[in-house]
Design a protein around this ligand. Structure first.
Ligand code: UD1
Ligand code: MG
Length: 483
């Protein structure tokens, strides 16, 4: 999409109003969740369509709800902040008497001076550029239809053209169930997406009837009225089926998920990211990568993730809501989730394999977190290391601290959480229990196996465990003979 066209359509043309049909039941999903709320790339199908409306710089968007209306409307409202300045409107369509009946419900919310773009809540991957082309084709006065050639057009409305020529003027759209055998052989289909001046739309919708094979009010019947009124019907034909593909079943949802993941993978590679396999990457949110990032197979990114220059992500990592700074290496099978607090991995840090970073883990530069180490709500200053089998929760860890294998912060007394503060250059031996609240003075050493319940002095060796004793000539118990 050239930004020039975006600019031109958004500023020079009539205002754009978007109508999103989202009242249908989605029977084939066999789910309690309304169809348009099923997730694609980590977001509801409908959220993708609302994003598209935002990208069109629409003046107004009207979401037509029906099945699961309360849930669907609540979902949109919860995204209102992200969608601003887009104005959200809802209308209910109950019962659902067809696509034409659906759009009729939206009419009171549509001003006469706009161009109406009709979208479906279950068609998530339409590119804004395509819609800008469609809107320019309508030029504020024509009925513009988005169409597609399909080798198997079964089920779709067919584009009937005068003189049966591939580029003859469009006469009508005939639905599958109403089509004659001849019409069924037409391979150009209506995508379900149109751009139409509001004044015309209002006039034509008033004329709809439901005398057809399905007894529904077909939006597609307006094509006949346009022809009768001498309004030009223009078809904007595309060849990328993914852009108009709808989700009706779990299989179709999975297919579109893969298509979207591949799109994202290609975009990342175009930006210079090295992916071991674009077919084995899942981005369910926003992944931002600086230069020279490499990502091995089967990684999942969720929420907002920032990867700094030269970051390397090993295979099978799940990373959510985190900032990984330049040069850090995340080894395989690491799980990082900052939830709504965030996780930061500092420059050149090494994490994993099999590490777990939870909300509020803030690792400084060159920190090492090794296998089976869990860090939560803790700050580790530059150069600190916890290399094996350990837990750091609610801790402030100084520079260059070495935290031994099997050591934990006992941060929870059963009622409240308490902090552990470990001064710079402390060496915590293996298998220590640091009972919080507790502070370990700078440069101190904690003997392995210690249970530390009181603050420890700087520079000293602190050992808190039973003294080792040896009993000479001790003999083990012997088995008593059976009688
Ligand atoms: C519609 C088109 C068909 C086109 C196809 C593309 C009509 C009559 N036919 O077919 O030409 O090839 O889309 O996919 O428009 N919806 C409502 N209320 C209703 C009925 C539907 O909100 O009363 C919503 C559905 O939830 C869905 C969208 O409208 O999001 C399209 O409905 P669907 O039944 O999938 O379209 P078709 O009738 O199959
Ligand atoms: Mg239908």
């Amino acid at each position: 999409m050239t930004s020039a066209l975006t600019q031109e359509v958004a500023t020079a043309g009539p205002p754009i109003d978007v109508v999103i049909m989202a009242a249908g039941k989605g029977t084939r999903m066999k789910s309690r969740l309304p169809k348009v709320l099923h997730q694609l790339a980590g977001r509801a199908l409908l959220a993708h369509v609302l994003d598209t409306a935002k990208a069109l710089q629409a003046r107004n968007v009207v979401v037509i709800t029906g099945h699961g209306a309360i849930e669907v409307e609540a979902h949109c409202e919860s995204n209102a902040g992200v969608l601003a300045p887009l104005t959200l409107n809802f209308v209910r369509q109950e019962p659902q008497l067809g696509t034409g009946h659906a759009v009729q419900q939206a009419l009171p919310k549509l001003a006469d001076d706009g161009v109406v773009v009709v979208l479906s809540g279950d068609v998530p991957l339409t590119r804004p550029a395509t819609l800008f082309h469609l809107i320019s084709a309508s030029a504020g006065q024509h009925l513009a239809l988005l169409t597609l050639e399909m080798t198997d057009p079964t089920g779709y409305g067919r584009i009937v053209r005068a003189g049966e020529q591939a580029n003859g003027p469009v006469q009508s759209i005939v639905e599958q169930k109403d089509a004659s055998l001849d019409e069924r052989s037409i391979t150009e289909i209506y995508s379900g997406i149109m751009a139409v001046p509001a004044v015309h739309l209002k006039r034509w919708l008033a004329r709809l009837d439901n005398r057809n094979a399905q007894g529904e009010f077909y939006l597609t019947d307006i094509v006949k009225f346009a022809v009768a009124d001498g309004v030009a019907v223009v078809a904007h034909k595309i060849d990328d089926a993914v852009q108009v593909a709808g989700v009706n079943s779990p299989v179709q949802l999975a297919e579109l998920e893969r298509a979207q993941q591949l799109r994202q993978a290609h975009r990342l590679m175009e930006e210079g990211v090295r992916l071991a396999d674009p077919g084995r990457l899942d981005v369910r949110g926003d992944l931002l990568c600086a230069q020279d990032v490499s990502i091995d197979v089967n990684c999942v990114f969720m929420g907002k993730v920032n990867l700094g220059e030269g970051v390397s992500i090993g295979a099978h990592c799940v990373i959510a809501n985190a900032v990984i700074e330049a040069g850090a290496v995340i080894h395989p099978f690491t799980h990082i989730d900052g939830e709504n607090v965030g996780v930061t991995v500092g420059k050149g840090a090494l994490v994993g394999p099999f590490a777990r970073l939870r909300p509020g883990a803030t690792l400084g530069a060159q920190v090492h977190i090794g296998n089976f180490v869990e860090v939560k709500n803790s700050t580790l200053a530059a150069g600190a290391k916890a290399n094996h089998l350990a837990y750091l929760g609610d801790a402030t860890v100084g520079e260059r601290v070495n935290y031994g294998a099997g050591s934990i912060t006992a941060n929870y007394d059963g009622a409240n959480k308490h902090r552990t503060t470990i001064g710079a250059d402390v060496h915590v031996g293996s298998n220590c229990v640091l009972v919080a609240p507790v502070t370990l003075g700078e440069g101190g050493t904690i003997g392995g196996g210690s249970t530390i319940t009181k603050d420890t002095p700087a520079g000293a060796l602190t050992v808190a465990r039973g003294k080792q004793v040896s009993i000479a000539n001790w003999s083990r118990p012997k088995k008593t003979p059976k009688v």
